[in-house]
Design a protein around this ligand. Sequence first.
Ligand code: 13P
Ligand code: SF4
Length: 303
Amino acid sequence: MNKEVISEIKRLKEETGTLILAHTYQAPEIIELADITGDSFALAKKSLSAGAKRVIMCGVRFMAESVKILSPDTEVILPEPDATCPMAEMISPERVRRYKEENPEAVVVAYINTTAALKAECDVCVTSSSALKIVEQLDAPEILFIPDKNLGSFVKEHFPDKNIVLWDGYCPVHAQITEEDILKAKKEHPEALLAVHPECSKDVVKHSDMAGSTAEIIDFALKSDKPVIIGTERGVADYLIPKHPEKKFYHLCPDKLVCRDMKYTTPESILKALRNEGGEKIRLPEELIRKAKHSIDEMLRLG
Ligand code: 13P
Ligand code: SF4
């Protein structure tokens, strides 16, 4: 890492009162620079309590939008404007509106990996760590779960009595893991437990010893007496392995489990954002913020 860039980031961060947030999937050098790291739920919650005037969100666009929605008076910068989550746009706001018109009794649950425009059309957001707790509390004749069919079917299996309709979206990173990948990893590490993200397919999740969010996988791995295969974006194992040399963690398919968008952020792009020379300041219409905030507030209330 360029030492001058790092010390300039630290100096400017102090001088301008800027908070750097980073999702755990970010590259290790970004994690090191961050004030707060975590999964989607932790970042949304902690950004709210931090009360910073300016935030640099190292992650993808929907994460920066979520911070802006929760704290509209905060200047929120996405250092790499092209960093988006492909799943976040796998259903359009118009389609959700039409669904609600056709099914007025239905409650629409949006995974937090959705655009602000989609959140504005939904009733409640969930993250992978809060989905079960929140859906359990919903009492509706029909629940439309968007956009991730894999997280949706994970939730549906837990609540067979609820009428949960799934959308056909998916995370292109987690969804490419196959049952064969799992069987191969288990054969290579027969002594290890397997932890996976519920964005993986049903055929993968069924072989796991636990399925949960980034934070839950980390917690499970740290508490485990046995070695653990980390079945999620490789950033999680990249974070755990050097931090805990006393434990045994294995990557699952490290060449496949890479979210390119999450890796766009560099120390240089953070520095440019701090100097107001790069990145994108998130701007959302007031009415959109008001409507989208309702579904995130509901998530924080129920989650
Ligand atoms: P969590 O951080 O909520 O586990 O979500 C994983 C993810 O894919 C984020 O984009
Ligand atoms: Fe989106 Fe998947 Fe990347 Fe997460 S890992 S940001 S869900 S593409």
